[in-house]
Design a protein around this ligand. Sequence first.
Ligand code: ADP
Ligand code: MG
Length: 153
Amino acid sequence: MKITSNSPETTGELAAFLAGKLQPGDVLTLEGDLGAGKTTFTKALGAALGVTKTINSPTFTIIKEYAGDLPFYHMDAYRLEDTEEDLGFEEYFFGSGVTVVEWASYIEDFLPEERLDIRVSYEGEDARSFFFTPRSSHFETICEEITNEYISD
Ligand code: ADP
Ligand code: MG
């Protein structure tokens, strides 16, 4: 399923809509080139989950934890390419918070099977496409709700 966004604000609204559907223990992955909009999406998602602190890309720390309506975990696996080191991912993925993983393919072996995969692609200066792949019935339901909200034909 594909949703197009024509501004960072529209991306933020999409992320906030998704945030409103999430439950404790949900895991989202974000793939896309540098500058695609993964962090922009994550900041809006976290804010909608009640995180009041500024969410910055955790490239150098790999995992950042925030307090919101529920715990919010932001991972960036960019620096983990080709590593097999387990940084205790299960504690996050199977915990009571929501986890967003940027560059998730670098830690593919550790990812839970039930998750929502999101690919962001650059289409033009302010245009981005978001491709959603639900990997559980819970996320299939959410994707249907996103479709109903954003795709009108
Ligand atoms: P990534 O984390 O994927 O490397 P960022 O979110 O850090 O990307 O950067 C995306 C950049 O693209 C930001 O400067 C943002 O303002 C800009 N941008 C322009 N249009 C959009 C859009 N429709 N959605 C998201 N970001 C956009
Ligand atoms: Mg980023």
